[in-house]
Design a protein around this ligand. Structure first.
Ligand code: SAH
Ligand code: SF4
Length: 402
């Protein structure tokens, strides 16, 4: 099969890539999980398992539709595929979902899921319901290598890229729990997706692209690219490709307007500086006044929140003629964080300066703080447990299930 099977893969280190063991562990039962595969790869697997070409073409199309449009997880549900074929499929394939370790609901309706991969890695996703939309915040990696100083995810020890299946699997699982199958154009609860969970999506480009292609496919989950936003901390060399090959909205975690401060709080800035980053934004394919680039700016007390910083932000946006809006994010504290959140008065003053320059600068209300689901708070609690503790917990769970 053509799935890459190399032993190691490059993944960014503190700034530069380091090789780490490859993520995908084959299932113990030898079956292949179809989630995350495009139609032609499903077809290739069917052929590899002995199905004749013409049949494989038709079945791949049908399987794909059942998986992504209907949300089927059992072959027995697939009424247009001959009953006699169901066991053949079930012996060789599965239609998986990430395992849910824990699901929490905040007092404000925000939901957070702790998920576990087949090889025991934990990651999180968050659903944020609003009056006019429902946004799923999706993770692209387990942890993050980039260590932004204000971000809890950046302190996680374990890091690996999520596979395309694990990324699109988050969306599938959210649809399951919201009862949103089959896929319908109107009246959905899950209307928007933001790649703002754990990880740096542009350091896992291929898998993020493949997953989002599945999410955008009109015959499947059918979410418009206009309703999907990819957030990057500024991986400049990958930004043009993101625009060309994925084409979703872009958000950039700017957070500071001087080299000194951005070098400190977003260490990637030492590699790709502010000017270079803003030029890549100006060149981003598809950005215009109707589809603005969002600049995320976390408000850190006495660090990046002065009137002068706000004026410099305006100057930079003008200098690069950026179709921009600014999201001001009050810093969400976590145990051991080196920063404090700016005062509400300071945030308002900062917002006013940007707003008076004709640039939208809303202050984001933190959501799901009580369940640690707000921006930058994602860090799986289980990661703090040792392997032995996890094994013991798994045994207990097994025993409890009888
Ligand atoms: N790695 C990507 C996407 C995930 S982070 C990126 O950095 O853009 C999503 C957003 O939350 C980013 O803008 C990030 O900088 C911000 N964030 C991280 N930690 C935060 C915290 N403690 N409080 C508020 N926002 C935070
Ligand atoms: Fe990684 Fe984004 Fe957190 Fe920085 S802010 S450590 S890039 S997840």
């Amino acid at each position: 099969m053509n799935a890459p099977q190399t032993i190691t893969m490059p993944i960014p280190g503190h700034i530069d890539p380091v090789p780490v063991p490859r993520a995908i562990t084959p299932r113990e039962d030898g079956r292949i999980d179809l989630i995350g595969l495009p139609r032609d790869e499903i077809r290739a697997y069917l052929i590899e398992k002995g199905m004749e070409l013409k049949q494989a073409k038709l079945r791949a199309k049908q399987l794909w539709h059942w998986i992504y449009n209907r949300g089927a997880t059992e072959f027995a549900q697939m009424t247009d595929i001959a009953k006699t074929m169901h066991p053949w499929l079930a012996e060789r394939f599965v239609i998986g979902r990430p395992e849910v370790v824990e699901a929490q609901v905040s007092t404000d309706g925000t939901r957070k899921w702790l998920l576990r991969s087949d090889d025991g890695q934990d990651y999180e996703m968050v659903f944020i319901p609003d009056a006019d939309r429902g946004t799923l915040c999706v993770s692209s990696q387990v942890g993050c290598t980039l260590n932004c100083r204000f971000c809890h995810t950046g302190t996680m020890r374990l890091v690996r890229n999520l596979t395309a299946g694990e990324i699109v699997g988050q969306v599938m699982l959210a649809r399951d729990s919201l009862g949103e199958w089959p896929s319908q154009p109107d009246g959905r609860l899950l209307t928007n997706i933001v790649m703002m969970g754990m990880g740096e999506p542009l350091y896992n480009f291929d898998n993020v692209r493949d997953a989002l292609k599945l999410v955008m496919d009109g015959d499947g989950l059918a979410l418009s690219k206009r309703r999907i936003t990819l957030s990057t901390s500024g991986v400049v060399p990958m930004m043009a490709r993101a625009g060309e090959e994925i084409g979703v909205n872009l958000a950039v975690s700017l957070h500071a307007v001087t080299k000194e401060v951005r070098d400190e709080i977003v260490p990637l800035n030492r590699k790709y500086g502010i000017e270079e980053l803003l030029q890549a934004c100006a060149d981003y394919p598809g950005a215009n006044n109707a589809r603005r680039i969002t600049f995320e700016y976390v408000m850190l007390k006495d660090k990046n929140d002065s009137d002068e910083d706000a004026r410099e932000l305006v100057r930079l946006i003008r200098k690069f003629k950026l179709p921009a809006k600014v999201n001001l994010i009050p810093f969400n504290p976590w145990p051991g964080a080196a920063y404090e959140c700016s005062t509400p008065e300071r945030i308002r003053a900062f917002s006013n300066i940007v707003f008076e320059a004709g640039i939208s600068a809303p202050v984001r209300t933190p959501r799901g703080r009580d369940i640690d689901a707000a921006c930058g708070q994602l860090k799986t609690a289980s990661e703090k447990k040792t392997r032995a503790e996890l094994d013991r917990l798994a045994e207990e769970k097994q025993a409890a299930l009888g």
